[in-house]
Design a protein around this ligand. Sequence first.
Ligand SMILES: [Zn+2]
Ligand SMILES: [Zn+2]
Length: 279
Amino acid sequence: MPKFFDLYGKSRSDVKLLPVRISTAIFVMEDSHRLFLQAFMTHYVMYTKEVKEHFAMALKRFGGDYELGSFVITINENIKPLNLEIRKGISEKTGNHCYCLVNASENHGILKQSSDYTVNELEYFKKLVGEIAKSPEGSISSVDALNQVDKLENVKMSKKMAQDLIDRFQKDLWIISDVNEGHISLDTRCILELGHYLKDTYEDFIVNCEMCKQICLQGQSCGSCRAKLHHHCAARCFRNRDSPKCPASGCGAPWPYEQPERVEPSQQPTQNQGRKRRR
Ligand SMILES: [Zn+2]
Ligand SMILES: [Zn+2]
């Protein structure tokens, strides 16, 4: 089998394993790729609709006959030396597919290095991430979040400072602070960037969704086994089923949630979350 070499001279004999067939093994960035990447540098997270719009805009401006998947792979191969990567994921909140520019370094991205936050601020962020990862609901109350400042070692932080930080984490798309529900959860950017960290550090708590096989923090849990489903995945899985059962192999226990009649992916979670059945 012929070997390929990428732009950095590394052997690319694994090219056949890439998920999308690509026309060349040389990943050359054109101006269209750069324009597309700039959009991610500004937004970090974009839903598929926005991504397709930016993709179409880049091709219209600079030409080229590309397919989105291979276009993104070319960018990823070029930004890999900077430890950056565009990853595809699904928003736990909306169920919509999105793309996210993440720090893909092995030393846990945002938790270890950030030009936006101080070391102490990142310590607090790490604490929040840990508490959310360990909670069965995939979220903690706003009060709990503020109280984490008392558990920080060697870091002095007031609750006012913590609240300001939470607002910044939310603005930067790391967490979702739901004022109405009074709880805090991890945003898609955080889950995609810290996926490996979450699984390595909290392996007893982190479960993949039985349907989409992605990390599931906020979702529905089986009452008999560890299986979990995102709310939108459960709605799709159990659509039109009168007596849904746990989809995990070997389980089959009655699923303890009622599903909404019909779910649109863009609906807010308060509308599309299944309710736990009364016992
Ligand atoms: Zn899922
Ligand atoms: Zn089960």
